[in-house]
Design a protein around this ligand. Structure first.
Ligand SMILES: Cc1ncc(COP(=O)(O)O)c(C=O)c1O
Length: 436
Protein backbone atom coordinates (compact mmCIF):
# COMPACT_ATOMS: atom_id res chain seq x y z
CA UNK A 1 0.00 0.00 0.00
CA UNK A 2 1.52 3.28 -1.03
CA UNK A 3 1.21 6.40 1.10
CA UNK A 4 -1.76 7.66 -0.88
CA UNK A 5 -3.66 4.37 -0.58
CA UNK A 6 -2.82 4.21 3.11
CA UNK A 7 -4.31 7.69 3.60
CA UNK A 8 -7.53 6.72 1.79
CA UNK A 9 -7.73 3.44 3.81
CA UNK A 10 -7.42 5.36 7.07
CA UNK A 11 -10.09 7.82 5.99
CA UNK A 12 -12.54 5.03 5.08
CA UNK A 13 -11.77 3.21 8.30
CA UNK A 14 -12.37 6.32 10.29
CA UNK A 15 -15.62 6.97 8.48
CA UNK A 16 -16.62 3.43 9.45
CA UNK A 17 -16.22 3.96 13.16
CA UNK A 18 -17.13 7.57 13.42
CA UNK A 19 -20.65 8.65 14.32
CA UNK A 20 -22.63 11.68 13.39
CA UNK A 21 -22.90 13.75 16.56
CA UNK A 22 -26.69 13.80 16.35
CA UNK A 23 -27.02 10.02 15.94
CA UNK A 24 -26.88 9.39 19.69
CA UNK A 25 -29.18 12.29 20.43
CA UNK A 26 -31.79 11.03 18.02
CA UNK A 27 -31.47 7.41 19.19
CA UNK A 28 -31.33 8.08 22.90
CA UNK A 29 -33.57 10.88 24.06
CA UNK A 30 -32.51 10.60 27.69
CA UNK A 31 -34.28 9.22 30.76
CA UNK A 32 -37.11 11.76 30.62
CA UNK A 33 -37.06 12.44 26.89
CA UNK A 34 -37.94 8.83 26.14
CA UNK A 35 -41.42 9.54 27.53
CA UNK A 36 -41.97 12.56 25.29
CA UNK A 37 -44.42 10.90 22.90
CA UNK A 38 -46.61 9.76 25.80
CA UNK A 39 -46.16 12.75 28.04
CA UNK A 40 -45.59 15.96 26.13
CA UNK A 41 -48.32 18.58 26.37
CA UNK A 42 -50.00 16.77 29.25
CA UNK A 43 -47.57 15.52 31.89
CA UNK A 44 -44.68 17.65 30.72
CA UNK A 45 -44.88 21.04 29.01
CA UNK A 46 -48.56 21.41 30.02
CA UNK A 47 -50.17 24.75 29.25
CA UNK A 48 -51.80 26.30 32.31
CA UNK A 49 -53.93 29.24 31.29
CA UNK A 50 -55.53 32.23 32.96
CA UNK A 51 -54.29 34.46 35.75
CA UNK A 52 -51.82 32.78 38.11
CA UNK A 53 -53.90 31.66 41.09
CA UNK A 54 -55.24 28.73 43.07
CA UNK A 55 -57.52 27.82 40.18
CA UNK A 56 -56.42 28.01 36.57
CA UNK A 57 -57.44 26.41 33.29
CA UNK A 58 -55.88 23.27 31.86
CA UNK A 59 -57.12 22.14 28.46
CA UNK A 60 -60.20 24.30 28.86
CA UNK A 61 -61.18 22.96 32.30
CA UNK A 62 -60.76 24.61 35.69
CA UNK A 63 -58.20 22.91 37.92
CA UNK A 64 -56.94 23.56 41.43
CA UNK A 65 -53.28 24.38 40.85
CA UNK A 66 -50.78 22.85 43.27
CA UNK A 67 -47.72 23.21 41.10
CA UNK A 68 -46.88 26.90 41.16
CA UNK A 69 -44.24 28.34 43.50
CA UNK A 70 -46.15 31.57 43.99
CA UNK A 71 -46.02 30.91 47.74
CA UNK A 72 -47.25 34.30 48.89
CA UNK A 73 -49.74 34.81 46.10
CA UNK A 74 -47.97 37.89 44.74
CA UNK A 75 -48.00 36.93 41.06
CA UNK A 76 -51.45 38.24 40.34
CA UNK A 77 -51.87 41.02 42.87
CA UNK A 78 -53.11 44.22 41.15
CA UNK A 79 -50.63 46.43 43.03
CA UNK A 80 -47.73 44.25 41.84
CA UNK A 81 -48.95 44.12 38.26
CA UNK A 82 -49.33 47.92 38.33
CA UNK A 83 -45.67 48.40 39.29
CA UNK A 84 -44.57 45.87 36.64
CA UNK A 85 -46.68 47.64 34.00
CA UNK A 86 -45.45 51.12 34.96
CA UNK A 87 -41.82 49.95 34.84
CA UNK A 88 -42.46 48.42 31.41
CA UNK A 89 -44.11 51.63 30.18
CA UNK A 90 -41.25 53.80 31.46
CA UNK A 91 -38.25 51.66 30.57
CA UNK A 92 -39.38 49.05 28.03
CA UNK A 93 -37.95 45.57 28.40
CA UNK A 94 -34.34 46.46 27.63
CA UNK A 95 -33.19 49.19 30.01
CA UNK A 96 -30.47 49.18 31.20
CA UNK A 97 -28.38 47.79 28.35
CA UNK A 98 -25.06 46.06 28.88
CA UNK A 99 -23.53 44.26 31.84
CA UNK A 100 -23.62 45.90 35.26
CA UNK A 101 -19.87 46.58 35.13
CA UNK A 102 -20.03 48.33 31.77
CA UNK A 103 -23.28 50.22 31.27
CA UNK A 104 -26.08 48.25 32.91
CA UNK A 105 -25.89 49.72 36.39
CA UNK A 106 -28.62 51.87 38.01
CA UNK A 107 -29.47 53.30 41.39
CA UNK A 108 -32.44 50.93 41.51
CA UNK A 109 -30.19 47.87 41.20
CA UNK A 110 -28.18 49.24 44.11
CA UNK A 111 -31.27 50.06 46.15
CA UNK A 112 -32.66 46.58 45.63
CA UNK A 113 -29.35 45.05 46.71
CA UNK A 114 -29.28 47.13 49.87
CA UNK A 115 -32.85 46.22 50.73
CA UNK A 116 -32.29 42.52 50.03
CA UNK A 117 -29.17 42.48 52.19
CA UNK A 118 -31.07 44.10 55.06
CA UNK A 119 -33.98 41.68 54.64
CA UNK A 120 -31.76 38.58 54.92
CA UNK A 121 -29.62 40.18 57.64
CA UNK A 122 -26.38 40.40 55.68
CA UNK A 123 -24.03 43.29 55.00
CA UNK A 124 -24.24 43.25 51.25
CA UNK A 125 -26.02 41.64 48.31
CA UNK A 126 -25.53 41.26 44.59
CA UNK A 127 -28.20 40.70 41.95
CA UNK A 128 -28.24 37.76 39.57
CA UNK A 129 -30.25 37.61 36.36
CA UNK A 130 -31.31 34.00 36.91
CA UNK A 131 -30.90 31.84 39.95
CA UNK A 132 -29.65 28.84 38.05
CA UNK A 133 -26.87 30.57 36.17
CA UNK A 134 -26.03 32.72 39.15
CA UNK A 135 -25.57 29.75 41.43
CA UNK A 136 -23.35 27.95 38.90
CA UNK A 137 -21.26 31.07 38.51
CA UNK A 138 -21.08 31.81 42.24
CA UNK A 139 -19.66 28.37 43.00
CA UNK A 140 -17.16 28.87 40.21
CA UNK A 141 -16.13 32.26 41.57
CA UNK A 142 -15.85 31.23 45.22
CA UNK A 143 -13.39 28.36 44.84
CA UNK A 144 -9.96 27.86 43.31
CA UNK A 145 -8.39 24.57 42.27
CA UNK A 146 -6.84 24.13 45.72
CA UNK A 147 -10.18 24.37 47.50
CA UNK A 148 -12.43 21.44 48.32
CA UNK A 149 -16.21 21.44 47.93
CA UNK A 150 -18.38 19.24 50.15
CA UNK A 151 -22.05 19.21 49.13
CA UNK A 152 -25.31 17.36 49.69
CA UNK A 153 -25.83 14.57 47.18
CA UNK A 154 -29.46 15.64 46.59
CA UNK A 155 -28.53 19.17 45.61
CA UNK A 156 -30.43 21.13 42.96
CA UNK A 157 -29.07 20.87 39.42
CA UNK A 158 -27.61 24.39 39.59
CA UNK A 159 -25.36 23.32 42.48
CA UNK A 160 -24.34 20.12 40.70
CA UNK A 161 -23.50 22.11 37.58
CA UNK A 162 -21.58 24.72 39.56
CA UNK A 163 -19.53 21.99 41.19
CA UNK A 164 -18.82 20.57 37.72
CA UNK A 165 -16.89 23.73 36.90
CA UNK A 166 -14.67 23.26 39.93
CA UNK A 167 -11.12 22.23 38.99
CA UNK A 168 -10.27 20.87 42.43
CA UNK A 169 -11.58 18.06 44.63
CA UNK A 170 -15.21 17.66 45.62
CA UNK A 171 -17.02 15.26 47.91
CA UNK A 172 -20.72 14.59 48.31
CA UNK A 173 -22.31 13.73 51.61
CA UNK A 174 -25.45 11.61 51.99
CA UNK A 175 -28.58 13.69 51.87
CA UNK A 176 -28.94 15.73 55.06
CA UNK A 177 -26.78 13.18 56.87
CA UNK A 178 -24.51 14.91 59.34
CA UNK A 179 -22.44 11.80 60.06
CA UNK A 180 -21.70 11.48 56.36
CA UNK A 181 -20.94 15.20 56.16
CA UNK A 182 -18.45 14.88 58.99
CA UNK A 183 -16.74 11.89 57.36
CA UNK A 184 -16.32 13.89 54.20
CA UNK A 185 -15.16 16.95 56.08
CA UNK A 186 -12.40 14.81 57.64
CA UNK A 187 -11.27 13.85 54.13
CA UNK A 188 -11.63 17.39 52.87
CA UNK A 189 -9.64 18.81 55.77
CA UNK A 190 -6.74 16.40 55.18
CA UNK A 191 -6.75 17.27 51.52
CA UNK A 192 -6.97 21.02 52.13
CA UNK A 193 -3.99 20.78 54.46
CA UNK A 194 -2.04 19.34 51.52
CA UNK A 195 -3.23 21.75 48.87
CA UNK A 196 -3.22 24.80 51.11
CA UNK A 197 -6.81 25.53 50.11
CA UNK A 198 -10.05 25.96 52.03
CA UNK A 199 -13.37 24.10 52.27
CA UNK A 200 -16.76 25.20 50.92
CA UNK A 201 -19.83 23.31 52.20
CA UNK A 202 -22.97 23.71 50.10
CA UNK A 203 -26.48 22.84 51.24
CA UNK A 204 -30.00 23.99 50.57
CA UNK A 205 -32.27 25.85 52.95
CA UNK A 206 -35.12 23.68 51.71
CA UNK A 207 -34.76 20.69 49.40
CA UNK A 208 -37.37 21.43 46.79
CA UNK A 209 -38.50 17.89 45.99
CA UNK A 210 -38.90 16.42 49.46
CA UNK A 211 -39.43 19.66 51.35
CA UNK A 212 -36.90 18.93 54.08
CA UNK A 213 -34.96 21.87 55.43
CA UNK A 214 -31.22 21.44 55.18
CA UNK A 215 -29.81 20.69 58.62
CA UNK A 216 -28.14 24.07 58.78
CA UNK A 217 -27.91 24.20 62.55
CA UNK A 218 -26.06 20.88 62.69
CA UNK A 219 -23.85 21.86 59.76
CA UNK A 220 -22.95 25.16 61.41
CA UNK A 221 -22.03 23.30 64.61
CA UNK A 222 -19.19 21.63 62.67
CA UNK A 223 -17.69 24.89 61.46
CA UNK A 224 -15.24 25.38 64.30
CA UNK A 225 -13.83 21.87 64.03
CA UNK A 226 -13.43 21.86 60.24
CA UNK A 227 -13.00 25.54 59.44
CA UNK A 228 -15.23 25.67 56.37
CA UNK A 229 -17.41 28.32 54.76
CA UNK A 230 -21.12 27.61 54.26
CA UNK A 231 -23.04 28.45 51.09
CA UNK A 232 -26.84 27.97 51.25
CA UNK A 233 -29.29 27.90 48.35
CA UNK A 234 -32.51 29.02 50.02
CA UNK A 235 -34.74 29.22 46.96
CA UNK A 236 -37.77 27.78 48.77
CA UNK A 237 -37.01 29.17 52.23
CA UNK A 238 -36.72 32.84 51.29
CA UNK A 239 -40.02 34.57 52.10
CA UNK A 240 -41.60 31.44 53.53
CA UNK A 241 -39.47 30.51 56.56
CA UNK A 242 -38.20 32.41 59.59
CA UNK A 243 -39.88 35.04 61.70
CA UNK A 244 -39.36 37.80 59.14
CA UNK A 245 -39.24 35.57 56.07
CA UNK A 246 -35.42 35.69 55.87
CA UNK A 247 -35.43 31.95 55.29
CA UNK A 248 -34.21 28.64 56.64
CA UNK A 249 -31.21 30.16 58.44
CA UNK A 250 -33.47 32.52 60.37
CA UNK A 251 -35.89 29.66 61.08
CA UNK A 252 -33.06 27.60 62.56
CA UNK A 253 -31.38 30.53 64.33
CA UNK A 254 -28.18 30.35 62.28
CA UNK A 255 -28.58 33.07 59.65
CA UNK A 256 -25.36 34.76 60.81
CA UNK A 257 -23.40 31.56 60.25
CA UNK A 258 -24.38 31.26 56.61
CA UNK A 259 -21.38 32.76 54.83
CA UNK A 260 -22.99 33.10 51.43
CA UNK A 261 -26.76 33.18 51.12
CA UNK A 262 -28.59 32.64 47.82
CA UNK A 263 -32.24 33.01 46.92
CA UNK A 264 -34.21 33.37 43.70
CA UNK A 265 -37.08 35.72 42.87
CA UNK A 266 -38.76 32.87 40.98
CA UNK A 267 -40.66 31.55 43.99
CA UNK A 268 -42.03 33.66 46.88
CA UNK A 269 -41.23 36.85 44.92
CA UNK A 270 -43.10 35.64 41.83
CA UNK A 271 -40.64 37.22 39.42
CA UNK A 272 -37.34 36.61 37.69
CA UNK A 273 -33.87 37.19 39.06
CA UNK A 274 -32.00 36.13 42.16
CA UNK A 275 -29.36 37.38 44.56
CA UNK A 276 -26.38 36.50 46.72
CA UNK A 277 -25.88 38.01 50.16
CA UNK A 278 -22.78 37.93 52.35
CA UNK A 279 -20.22 40.12 54.10
CA UNK A 280 -19.34 43.22 52.09
CA UNK A 281 -15.82 41.98 51.32
CA UNK A 282 -17.20 38.82 49.74
CA UNK A 283 -19.85 40.61 47.69
CA UNK A 284 -17.23 43.14 46.57
CA UNK A 285 -15.14 40.20 45.34
CA UNK A 286 -18.09 38.57 43.60
CA UNK A 287 -19.00 41.82 41.80
CA UNK A 288 -15.65 41.62 40.00
CA UNK A 289 -15.45 37.86 39.54
CA UNK A 290 -18.93 36.54 38.90
CA UNK A 291 -18.78 35.61 35.25
CA UNK A 292 -22.54 35.16 34.79
CA UNK A 293 -23.01 38.85 35.64
CA UNK A 294 -19.77 40.26 34.22
CA UNK A 295 -20.44 38.84 30.79
CA UNK A 296 -24.22 39.12 30.59
CA UNK A 297 -26.73 41.91 30.30
CA UNK A 298 -27.99 43.46 33.50
CA UNK A 299 -31.38 42.55 34.98
CA UNK A 300 -33.99 44.73 33.23
CA UNK A 301 -35.77 47.43 35.18
CA UNK A 302 -39.16 45.70 35.04
CA UNK A 303 -37.71 42.99 37.25
CA UNK A 304 -35.70 45.34 39.43
CA UNK A 305 -38.55 47.73 40.20
CA UNK A 306 -40.92 44.76 40.36
CA UNK A 307 -38.65 43.06 42.91
CA UNK A 308 -38.49 46.24 45.03
CA UNK A 309 -42.29 46.22 45.22
CA UNK A 310 -42.44 42.50 45.99
CA UNK A 311 -39.81 42.79 48.70
CA UNK A 312 -41.75 45.65 50.24
CA UNK A 313 -44.79 43.39 50.42
CA UNK A 314 -42.76 40.57 51.99
CA UNK A 315 -41.62 43.05 54.63
CA UNK A 316 -44.87 44.81 55.32
CA UNK A 317 -47.51 42.12 54.85
CA UNK A 318 -46.71 39.28 57.27
CA UNK A 319 -50.33 38.17 56.88
CA UNK A 320 -49.40 36.65 53.50
CA UNK A 321 -46.92 34.27 55.12
CA UNK A 322 -49.35 33.57 57.95
CA UNK A 323 -52.06 32.58 55.44
CA UNK A 324 -49.57 30.46 53.52
CA UNK A 325 -48.73 28.51 56.67
CA UNK A 326 -52.38 28.13 57.63
CA UNK A 327 -52.85 26.41 54.27
CA UNK A 328 -49.65 24.39 54.54
CA UNK A 329 -50.68 23.07 57.95
CA UNK A 330 -54.24 22.27 56.86
CA UNK A 331 -53.01 20.40 53.80
CA UNK A 332 -50.17 18.51 55.48
CA UNK A 333 -52.23 17.59 58.55
CA UNK A 334 -55.15 16.52 56.38
CA UNK A 335 -52.91 14.25 54.32
CA UNK A 336 -51.30 12.76 57.43
CA UNK A 337 -54.70 12.17 59.06
CA UNK A 338 -55.72 10.23 55.97
CA UNK A 339 -52.64 8.07 56.27
CA UNK A 340 -50.65 9.51 53.38
CA UNK A 341 -46.89 9.33 53.46
CA UNK A 342 -45.65 12.92 53.16
CA UNK A 343 -42.10 12.03 54.11
CA UNK A 344 -40.21 14.35 56.39
CA UNK A 345 -41.08 17.76 54.98
CA UNK A 346 -40.39 20.73 57.24
CA UNK A 347 -41.39 23.39 54.73
CA UNK A 348 -44.31 24.37 52.51
CA UNK A 349 -43.28 21.83 49.88
CA UNK A 350 -45.67 18.92 50.34
CA UNK A 351 -44.65 15.62 48.80
CA UNK A 352 -47.05 12.66 48.70
CA UNK A 353 -45.28 9.35 48.15
CA UNK A 354 -47.11 6.46 46.50
CA UNK A 355 -45.88 3.16 45.10
CA UNK A 356 -46.30 2.51 41.41
CA UNK A 357 -44.74 2.42 37.98
CA UNK A 358 -44.38 5.37 35.61
CA UNK A 359 -47.35 4.23 33.45
CA UNK A 360 -49.48 3.88 36.58
CA UNK A 361 -48.41 7.35 37.67
CA UNK A 362 -49.53 8.70 34.31
CA UNK A 363 -52.98 7.08 34.58
CA UNK A 364 -53.32 8.37 38.14
CA UNK A 365 -52.42 11.95 37.27
CA UNK A 366 -54.79 11.87 34.30
CA UNK A 367 -57.58 10.75 36.62
CA UNK A 368 -56.71 13.52 39.08
CA UNK A 369 -56.82 16.16 36.36
CA UNK A 370 -59.77 14.93 34.32
CA UNK A 371 -62.11 13.65 36.99
CA UNK A 372 -61.17 15.63 40.07
CA UNK A 373 -59.83 18.90 38.62
CA UNK A 374 -56.57 18.68 40.59
CA UNK A 375 -53.35 19.79 38.92
CA UNK A 376 -50.13 18.87 40.71
CA UNK A 377 -46.63 18.00 39.61
CA UNK A 378 -45.65 14.41 39.22
CA UNK A 379 -42.10 13.31 39.89
CA UNK A 380 -40.85 9.86 38.90
CA UNK A 381 -37.63 7.97 38.23
CA UNK A 382 -34.84 9.04 37.64
CA UNK A 383 -35.50 12.05 39.91
CA UNK A 384 -36.65 9.66 42.66
CA UNK A 385 -36.06 5.87 43.00
CA UNK A 386 -37.80 3.47 40.59
CA UNK A 387 -41.23 2.28 41.75
CA UNK A 388 -42.00 5.46 43.67
CA UNK A 389 -44.44 8.14 42.56
CA UNK A 390 -44.10 11.58 44.09
CA UNK A 391 -47.01 13.95 43.77
CA UNK A 392 -45.67 17.33 44.75
CA UNK A 393 -48.05 19.92 46.12
CA UNK A 394 -47.10 23.57 46.58
CA UNK A 395 -49.58 25.34 48.82
CA UNK A 396 -49.83 29.10 48.46
CA UNK A 397 -51.57 31.87 50.35
CA UNK A 398 -54.20 31.98 47.59
CA UNK A 399 -55.51 28.47 48.26
CA UNK A 400 -58.76 28.12 50.20
CA UNK A 401 -59.93 25.54 52.71
CA UNK A 402 -62.38 24.34 50.03
CA UNK A 403 -59.42 23.71 47.66
CA UNK A 404 -57.71 21.70 50.38
CA UNK A 405 -60.80 19.65 51.26
CA UNK A 406 -61.49 18.85 47.59
CA UNK A 407 -57.89 17.79 47.14
CA UNK A 408 -57.90 15.52 50.18
CA UNK A 409 -61.06 13.77 48.96
CA UNK A 410 -59.53 13.32 45.51
CA UNK A 411 -56.29 11.95 46.91
CA UNK A 412 -58.13 9.34 48.97
CA UNK A 413 -60.01 8.24 45.85
CA UNK A 414 -56.93 7.94 43.63
CA UNK A 415 -55.00 6.04 46.29
CA UNK A 416 -57.80 3.48 46.42
CA UNK A 417 -57.68 3.05 42.65
CA UNK A 418 -53.91 2.76 42.66
CA UNK A 419 -54.09 0.06 45.30
CA UNK A 420 -56.92 -1.90 43.64
CA UNK A 421 -55.03 -2.09 40.36
CA UNK A 422 -57.26 0.24 38.32
CA UNK A 423 -54.32 2.30 37.05
CA UNK A 424 -52.29 -0.80 36.30
CA UNK A 425 -55.08 -2.02 34.02
CA UNK A 426 -55.59 1.39 32.44
CA UNK A 427 -51.89 1.77 31.70
CA UNK A 428 -51.11 -1.78 30.58
CA UNK A 429 -50.83 -0.81 26.91
CA UNK A 430 -48.51 2.13 27.65
CA UNK A 431 -46.40 -0.05 29.94
CA UNK A 432 -46.04 -2.73 27.24
CA UNK A 433 -45.15 -0.15 24.58
CA UNK A 434 -42.51 1.42 26.80
CA UNK A 435 -41.09 -1.90 27.98
CA UNK A 436 -41.84 -1.06 31.61
C1 LIG B 1 -33.18 25.13 44.88
C2 LIG B 1 -33.19 25.97 43.65
N1 LIG B 1 -32.09 26.66 43.32
C3 LIG B 1 -32.06 27.42 42.21
C4 LIG B 1 -33.13 27.51 41.36
C5 LIG B 1 -32.99 28.30 40.09
O1 LIG B 1 -33.55 29.56 40.20
P1 LIG B 1 -34.08 30.35 38.91
O2 LIG B 1 -35.42 29.80 38.57
O3 LIG B 1 -34.11 31.77 39.36
O4 LIG B 1 -33.10 30.14 37.81
C6 LIG B 1 -34.30 26.80 41.65
C7 LIG B 1 -35.47 26.86 40.78
O5 LIG B 1 -36.07 27.84 40.48
C8 LIG B 1 -34.33 26.03 42.83
O6 LIG B 1 -35.42 25.33 43.16
Amino acid sequence: MNANEKYIFLQINQLGIMKDLFERIIENKGPLGKWASQAEGYFVFPKLEGPISNRMKFQGKEVITWSINDYLGLANLPEIKKVDAEAAAEHGAAYPMGARMMSGHTEYHEQLEQELAAFVQKESAYLLNFGYQGMVSAIDALVSKDDIIVYDVDSHACIIDGVRLHMGKRFTFKHNDIESLEKNLERAKKMAEQTGGGILVISEGVFGMRGEQGKLKEIVALKKKYNFRLFVDDAHGFGTLGKTGAGAGEEQGVQDDIDVYFATFAKSMAGIGAFLAADKQIIDYLKYNLRSQMFAKSLPMIYVKGALKRLDMLRTMPELKAKLWENVNALQNGLKERGFDIGTTTSCVTPVYLNGSIPEAMALVKDLRENYGIFCSIVVYPVIPKGLILLRLIPTSTHTMADIEETLVAFSAIRERLENGTYKRLSAAVAAAMGE
